[in-house]
Design a protein around this ligand. Sequence first.
Ligand code: FMN
Length: 396
Amino acid sequence: MVDIAVDFAGLRLKNPFIIASSELTNTLDKVKTAEERGASAVSTKLAFLHVPFPARPYHIVERHGGFYSPSGERLDVERAQRLIQESKEQTELAVIANMMGPGEDLEGWATLGRMLEEAGADMLELNMSCPNVGLMAKQLGVEAPPELGAFLGQNPQLAGEVARAVSAAVSIPVMAKMTPEANTRLVAAACAAGGAAAVAAINCPQSLPGLDIYNGGRPLYPTVRNQSFAGLCGPWIRPLAYRHVAQIRQALPDFPIAGGGGLMNWRHVVEMIMYGATSVTFCSLLYLKGYTSFSKIEGGLRKFMEEAGYESLADFRGLALPYIVTPDQVDYVTKLPAFDLEKCNGCGMCAAPGHCECIEMIDAVPVLVKPEECYSCAVCYFLCPRDAIAMEEVTA
Ligand SMILES: Cc1cc2nc3c(=O)[nH]c(=O)nc-3n(C[C@H](O)[C@H](O)[C@H](O)COP(=O)(O)O)c2cc1C
């Protein structure tokens, strides 16, 4: 029997699955759903002492591409307190309170932290990573409140001071949520030095979706007439999230990390843990596919662990890190493409890449015409829609 429980900065979680702060966690009913569907913890919707930039949420979904979230609802502290208190009374979940203080006003951060602790939060999550407040206002030159969100989270010194102020003000663990717009190694290390008990990585990077090129560059989407820079989340940011989690893990070998960003199935959970995450977070999966997909993740993870012979998450946490080296240290294996003509349908995709003149289609059959020029890049292998290419070691 495998054990997927995890000690996350003092929170004893029955599994590593945390529902990330968003409109998935802004009401008691949704928190209860998270529990019913198998989560061990929720991070409640972002709370402020005084809500800046009140905005109605809207989302932009490209069917085979990005999921953009340009703005969102925010909770005032009274509503957040009620939500936390009721969630603690009516569920067994660990409740993490996502919060943003007033920029450089450290006493404001501490006050908000104390209020959410009093409401019953098990952990505070310092939001120094939202791309939709602060950072955007600064970029657009809008008169803005002081350093907020991802703007604050780009500044290791200020982030560390915020972590120190809140950690000193409360007795529950404090987690700092990282923006991928920063050098997260430095920011995470500064927060840890300031007394944070954990970090979460990553929040959304800033982005812009495609537009209506036949209509003067207006937004392409039916529900808005203009748009703001948008937090990009979901599958497209997963490799970015892996990178940040691995880099933070390299900098802080034993520090609790909640890894998230684009996790859509159990395989991604395994990958994130192998890159060093202690627990994992989900947001876009639930926006795009609902809880049915989420509920399959625990079974997939358990089955994988049984088959691989792992008894606990610690058995495979960080396993991928020794494979990460600088480019000059990459250990190459020379392999050449070999074509399985039974599977090949002659589509020619393997011969198309512009950088490669090694493969030619001859009578609708791929032929490695210049093996001596092939440098084993394997693009053909990854492109083949029929898995008809094997990369085979050169023996002679
Ligand atoms: C609609 C929406 C609202 C969000 N609200 C918050 C928030 O209030 N606080 C926060 O720290 N992150 C917030 N996030 C970021 C998510 O918690 C998560 O870190 C991010 O979406 C990356 O994970 P994902 O790819 O699984 O969605 C929000 C994301 C979305 C899509």
